[in-house]
Design a protein around this ligand. Structure first.
Ligand SMILES: Nc1ncnc2c1ncn2[C@@H]1O[C@H](COP(=O)(O)OP(=O)(O)OP(=O)(O)O)[C@@H](O)[C@H]1O
Ligand SMILES: [Mg+2]
Length: 233
C-alpha cells in the first residue's frame, strides 16, 4: 500500500439544518517522499482535503491510510499524537500567535518533537533572519506567511502540508519558498503536499491532483518532473 491512501472519502459540513458535501468520494494515493501539488478552483475542497490528511478534522465516510494506519479510526487522543509527531501544517491564513515573536512562534513546535530543527535556522531559510524578534503585527503579510512556513519546517515532520504557502508572496520570494519546500522532499525525503493556484508549479511535482466540486478531477504522475530552475515563472 502507498504511504498515503484516501479511499472514498466523504466530508460533510453541517450548518444549521443543512448539510454540505465538501468532499465527494475522494480516492487517491501518494508515495513516500513525493512532492505533490493540489490544484483546483476556490471552493473545490482543497483545504478540506488537507485538513483531513493533517488530522485537523474527521472524515464523514471512507478511510485515510497513513503508513498503513487508518487515521479515520483514531480517537481524539491518537489523532493529537499523530498531528504532533507526523504533521507540519502551513495554514492558508497563517494562524500565528499574536502575542509571541516570530522566533517564539517557531520555537513552540520545538517543544513538541525531539528531532525538531533550530528555529533561528528555519527562519533564516525563509529569509527572515532580520525579523526574528518581531511580533506578527509588525510583519508584512508575506513575512507572516513565511513565519508560518518556518514553524512547519522546524518540526521536521514526515508529512508537510502547505495550504497556499505562497499566496501572499511576490514571484521571486514565492519561487524561493517553493524551491525550499521542493528541496525538503527531494533532499530530505519528506512527503510534501502543496495547495496552490499557480499551475506552473505542477511542472516540478511528482504528482498533480486536480480537484473540482469536491471530487478528484484528475491525478497525473510526472515521470520526469522539471527542476525548479527549469521552470519559467
Ligand atoms: N466549516 C464549514 N462549514 C460549511 N461549509 C464549509 C466549511 N468549510 C468549508 N466549507 C465549504 O466547503 C467547500 C470547500 O471548502 P475548502 O475550504 O476546502 O475549499 P478550497 O478548495 O480550499 O477553496 P480556496 O481555494 O478558496 O481556499 C466550500 O464550498 C466551502 O464553502
Ligand atoms: Mg483553501
Amino acid at each position: 500500500m502507498s504511504f498515503i491512501k484516501f479511499e472514498k472519502v466523504v466530508k460533510y459540513y453541517n450548518f444549521g439544518d443543512l448539510k454540505f458535501k465538501a468532499l465527494d468520494h475522494v480516492s487517491f494515493e501518494i508515495e513516500k517522499g513525493e512532492f505533490v501539488v493540489v490544484l483546483g478552483p476556490s471552493g473545490a475542497g482543497k483545504s478540506t482535503l488537507l485538513n483531513l490528511l493533517g488530522g485537523m478534522d474527521y472524515a464523514s465516510e471512507g478511510s485515510i491510510y497513513i503508513d498503513h494506519e487508518d487515521i479515520t479510526k483514531y480517537t481524539e487522543r491518537a489523532l493529537t499524537t499523530y498531528r504532533k509527531d507526523s504533521i507540519g501544517f502551513v495554514f492558508q491564513f497563517y494562524n500565528l500567535i499574536p502575542g509571541l515573536t516570530a522566533y517564539e512562534n517557531v520555537s513552540l513546535t520545538r517543544a513538541l518533537k525531539k528531532d525538531a530543527l533550530d528555529p533561528k535556522e528555519t527562519l533564516t531559510m525563509v529569509g527572515l533572519s532580520e525579523h526574528i524578534n518581531k511580533f506578527p503585527s509588525q510583519l508584512s503579510g508575506g513575512e507572516q506567511q513565511r513565519v508560518s512556513i518556518a514553524r512547519a519546517i522546524c518540526k521536521n515532520p514526515k508529512l508537510l502540508l502547505c495550504d497556499e504557502p505562497t499566496g501572499a508572496l511576490d514571484t521571486e520570494t514565492g519561487t524561493k519558498i517553493l524551491s525550499l519546500l521542493h528541496g525538503l522532499s527531494k533532499n530530505d525525503g519528506h512527503t510534501v503536499l502543496v495547495v496552490t493556484h499557480n499551475s506552473q508549479i505542477a511542472a516540478i511535482a511528482d504528482r498533480v491532483i486536480k480537484m473540482r466540486n469536491g471530487k478528484i478531477a484528475h491525478v497525473s504522475v510526472n515521470q520526469s518532473p522539471l527542476k525548479v530552475e527549469e521552470v519559467v515563472w
